[in-house]
Design a binder for this molecule. Structure first.
Ligand code: CDP
Length: 246
């Protein structure tokens, strides 16, 4: 059943429908190393989004003509499960999924030392199990962790989140209804270490001043997510080290 638009998405006390403040991220849960058969994997829940990422490689590139002589070929597939959205989605790749696969790959590639693995491929699969807005960003956050979990050398982790405008106010990390009913949505990916923005898109319209504020807000959100990414990786490898020592 389609979600009905409530009268107000933000109340007079600046509280959003799901109880968040304007600059608050959705509750997040991240795990790494969740799949036995992939070289690296990770899982994220961000609000109602539930997304799994798996990485294979570096391995010999197939088909061979795609191999690049001086670096690895980074491939990415973003896919939404038919049951991930309210209206069943065809399992066949849609134009939107082709676009998102491209932007996710481009957001991740600057972080990966692709030059270390010439003629190989690194394949990243993102499966959206449940979607509630901002899946491209959550996909980047989780795929970056899956790459790290696969032991692929990286300059830094990539974290992503959107900022946007809803009922005239700038907000962080829009959910589905805010994305659909709001005035603007600005997904952004940010790479730790080099402090670089590796994805910046925008839907809707903002003034120049709002645009600057939204970019800063999204970068701050990414920094918080990056903290959680680091904690998750550390917790996993401290646990592994303790197991080895026992
Ligand atoms: O997920 P993201 O915000 O990065 O991408 P979008 O194209 O702006 O889509 C926003 C939301 O629309 C998704 O997260 C889904 O919740 C929803 N959607 C849907 O209900 N059915 C689809 N076939 C595609 C998206």
């Amino acid at each position: 059943m389609a979600q009905k638009k409530p009268e107000k998405l933000i109340d007079e006390k600046d509280v959003r429908l799901d109880g968040r403040g304007l600059k608050e991220l959705r509750p997040m849960k991240i795990e790494v190393g969740v799949l036995g058969n992939a070289d690296g994997s990770a899982y994220i829940e961000q609000g109602k989004n539930k997304i799994l990422a798996a990485v294979y490689g570096p391995k010999e590139a197939h088909p061979k003509h795609l191999a690049i002589p001086d670096r690895a070929l980074l491939r990415c597939r973003y896919h939404m499960a038919p049951f991930s959205v309210e209206e069943r989605k065809s399992p066949a790749p849609s134009r939107r999924e082709v676009e998102l696969s491209k932007v996710i790959r481009e957001a991740l590639e600057p972080a990966v030392f692709v030059e270390y693995y010439p003629r190989t491929s690194i394949d990243t699969f993102v499966e959206v199990l449940q979607a509630d807005g901002g899946t491209r960003c959550a996909a980047i956050t989780v795929a970056s962790l899956a790459l790290a979990d696969a032991g692929i050398p990286m300059r830094g982790l990539v974290a992503a989140c959107a900022a946007g405008k809803v009922e005239g106010r700038l907000v962080l990390d829009l959910d589905d209804i805010e994305d659909k009913e709001g005035e603007a949505d600005l997904p952004l990916a940010w790479m730790s270490h080099s402090n670089a923005i590796t994805l910046l898109q925008m839907d809707g319209s903002l003034t120049l001043d709002e645009f600057g504020q939204a970019v800063n807000m999204a970068v701050e959100g990414c920094k918080q997510i990056h903290g959680l990414q680091k904690e998750t990786l550390k917790a996993k490898y401290v646990a592994v080290k303790e197991e080895v020592e026992e």
